[in-house]
Design a protein around this ligand. Structure first.
Ligand code: SAM
Ligand code: DTB
Ligand code: SF4
Length: 324
């Protein structure tokens, strides 16, 4: 590593990143940034293996929150098939199909602000059923109390996804119905219960680079780095307030992944939503930047994702193997 970079790219895990240090990483020449991110990636992971997770929306739409990006908010006008909580057998059938297609983790998402205690019972049965298929389980249900996280831990839940979404400064532009601190509190409960944390954000919502710096600073400066860090490119959905947002430059997205990889070297960095609008070449750059996880299967929660066949062709072209 050259002397200029030695000061900002540490060997150890850090939780005290300053905005200035992160901005300097973002400002690096693209080739230097990619080289450093890939070098760090290779120290901790097999660079030719990518973990794949599948998603299922188990309760769709009519969410009371006002997240400006989300087609499931009751306050927006997106075209959506609203569905109540899915029956257990349908969830297990979807998990089985995902497993047969090669997914090792099954992530179930519900359009809730926070689940009521009585909502948790059927979800716990889903966690147990998916685990019994031999898959890792992940849930994203909104805010949780301390007691609820303990119940989910007892049920055997492996991961909980709860995103910080953006920087504290930009947050108020995107959502007003719960605070940044609410999200940090839920993340604390999840961590304290001993459930792995999956926490990331969305870029391309009209935020500045300073906000992308602020998001990564919040993610890395938590007491522990999240085990899984999903970086989503905004999916611009008609009927949401962000539908007409200008597209973020794809190389800036790649930079964001590279900086996340450098700051959180042991975490799985997930190239999440937005792949449908990316070329194979951009996705290859994302993997080079240190992304080593994707959502796999033709649907995210409500929006399209590349087909499993397309992804397997891409992996074959790149010599990437699925992580078991
Ligand atoms: N309702 C729960 C919550 O918000 O915590 C769980 C489901 S919510 C849909 C899960 C995550 O999906 C959000 O935190 C957000 O980061 C991501 N997401 C939602 N809509 C998106 C979009 N249009 N583009 C990119 N990411 C999106
Ligand atoms: C995450 O960070 N991205 C996923 C998952 N966690 C739950 C969700 C992406 C949703 C994209 C919009 C949709 O399909 O509704
Ligand atoms: Fe509701 Fe989650 Fe969508 Fe926000 S992101 S509107 S909380 S489903």
């Amino acid at each position: 590593m050259n002397a200029r970079l030695e000061n900002i790219i540490p060997e150890e895990l850090r939780h005290d990143w300053t905005a200035d240090e992160i901005a300097r990483l973002f400002d690096m020449p693209f080739m230097d940034l990619m080289f450093e991110a890939q070098t760090i990636h290779r120290k901790h992971f097999d660079p030719n293996k990518v973990q794949i997770s599948s998603l299922l929306s188990i309760k769709t739409g009519k969410c009371p929150e006002d997240c400006a990006y989300c087609p499931q908010s009751v306050r927006h006008d997106a075209e959506l098939t609203v569905d109540p909580l899915m029956p257990l057998d349908e969830v297990l059938a979807a998990a089985k199909t995902a497993k047969e297609k090669g997914s090792s983790r099954f992530c179930m998402g519900a359009a809730w602000r926070s689940p009521k205690d009585r909502d948790l019972e059927p979800v716990i049965d889903m966690v147990k059923g998916v685990k019994a298929l031999g898959m890792e389980t992940c849930l994203t249900l909104g805010m949780l109390s301390e007691k609820q996280t303990q119940r989910l831990k007892e049920a055997g839940l492996d991961y909980y996804n709860h995103n910080l979404d953006t920087s504290p400064d930009f947050y108020g532009e995107i959502i007003t119905t719960r605070t940044y601190q609410d999200r940090l509190d839920t993340l604390g409960h999840v961590r304290d219960a001993g459930i792995h944390v999956c926490c990331g954000g969305i870029v391309g919502m009209g935020e500045t680079r300073k906000d992308r710096v602020g998001l990564l600073q919040q993610l890395a400066n938590q007491p522990q780095h999240p085990e899984s860090v999903p970086i989503n490119m905004l999916v611009r959905v008609e009927g949401t307030p962000l539908a007409e947002e200008a597209e973020l430059d794809q190389l800036e997205f790649v930079r964001t992944l590279a900086v996340a990889r450098i700051m959180m070297p042991h975490s799985f960095v997930r190239l999440s939503a937005g792949r449908e609008s990316m070329s194979d070449e951009t996705q290859a750059l994302c993997f080079l930047a240190g992304a080593n996880s994707i959502f796999y299967g033709e649907k995210l929660l409500t929006t399209p994702n590349p087909s499993a066949d397309h992804d397997m062709d891409l992996f074959a072209k790149l010599g990437i193997e699925v992580m078991q």
